[in-house]
Design a binder for this molecule. Structure first.
Ligand code: PRT
Ligand code: ZN
Length: 294
């Protein structure tokens, strides 16, 4: 069978998280040397370590079959990911690498809404997304393409404002800028091309997606166990966060009590455990879940 080739960022903000996700899905790579391509030890998979900018084109052109990349890079390199004509499809949002692509404006200059950008020069590493946005809002402004340190451009006179990725906002703040309009909410996404894979590759991708879903679901889920009087079952069920029907098992040592087990789809906070205790529960245990297949 032909290996399924997966492209991820070689080194940068997304690399460790991508590797960790694939590891949690059971793929083992010996990539200590960080070579361009490394074969998984235990599955028909090859990992390709590249710059994130190249991933959308590599997936589009069939150099690799799937890839993990920030939605911002995908939208910049390939166009609107929601368009049916887009040759690269987002097949999963992965919940890490979250940030937003925003317009930012100097704090020292009055801002009067989107119109303030008319006739201005906006420095960005995302000229395509910016130009599409400006056009959709009928704003005539110039996108000045800059490959790095976009945030310093207004202070050195290269641009009037910027359009850049923001996460905490600290970079903007320390450069005298404020975030004024968000253009795109981004996170790491798993992408594939429209091209058909060989049937065995497609089967393996289906298995991998099931594992990714199980890993993502397990990430926020907890297993909760407690003992409780039979009379409190209904009240206790109300406090269990986002859970399906809990399992209720009789206790062999005390017929007035039951053990209640349930999967919580969200974090179980101390306050919830305290409520459960007030409702009569005891020996309340909350355990992390590693993997789920639904
Ligand atoms: O070498 P290569 O080309 O592969 O990497 P790169 O330098 O282009 O990308 P990298 O590793 O910096 O980022 C990879 C991806 O991480 C991005 O494409 C985004 O999808 C995602 N991401 C998440 C971010 C941020 N958060 C982020 N905060 N990418 C960049 N930033 C930068 C931003 O450009 C700005 O300079 O961080 C600064 C802002 O951060 P705050 O916290 O001060 O707001
Ligand atoms: Zn890059």
């Amino acid at each position: 069978m032909k290996n399924l080739r997966i492209a991820i960022q070689k080194s940068g903000r997304l690399s460790e998280k991508c590797l960790s996700l694939l590891n949690r899905c059971g793929l083992q790579f010996d990539n200590r040397k960080r070579t361009l391509i490394s074969r998984a030890k235990n599955h028909p998979v090859e990992l390709m370590l590249v710059r994130d900018d190249d991933i959308p084109h590599y997936v589009r052109d069939g150099v690799c079959d799937i890839g993990i990349v920030g939605l911002n890079e995908l939208e910049e390199k390939i166009g609107c990911s929601k368009s049916p004509d887009n040759p690269v499809k987002v097949i999963r949002s992965l919940g890490f690498g979250s940030c937003r692509l925003s317009l930012a404006w100097p704090k020292s200059v009055p801002f009067e809404g989107l119109e303030s950008f008319s006739g201005k020069r906006i420095a960005t590493s995302y000229p395509n997304i910016l130009e599409r946005y400006l056009e959709s809002k009928s704003i005539a402004a110039e996108a000045v393409e800059i490959s790095g340190s976009v945030e310093v451009t207004p202070s050195i006179g290269v641009a009037d404002a910027i359009c850049d990725l923001v996460s905490t906002g600290a970079t903007l703040d320390s450069n005298g800028l404020k975030e004024v309009i968000t253009i795109l909410e981004s996170e790491a996404v798993l992408v594939r091309s429209n091209q058909t894979l060989e049937s065995e590759q497609e089967d393996f991708l289906t298995r991998l997606l099931q594992r990714i879903d199980g890993t993502l679901l397990a990430q926020n889920a907890n297993y909760i166990m407690m003992n409780a009087p039979k009379s409190s079952i209904d009240e206790i069920a109300q406090y269990l966060p986002g859970m399906e029907t809990p399992t209720v098992v009789p206790l062999s040592t005390d017929s007035s009590k039951v053990a209640i087990h349930a999967v919580a789809q969200e974090d179980v906070v101390w306050e919830t455990m305290e409520q459960l205790k007030r409702a009569g529960a005891s020996s309340i245990l909350v355990l992390p879940i590693e993997k789920i297949i639904e």
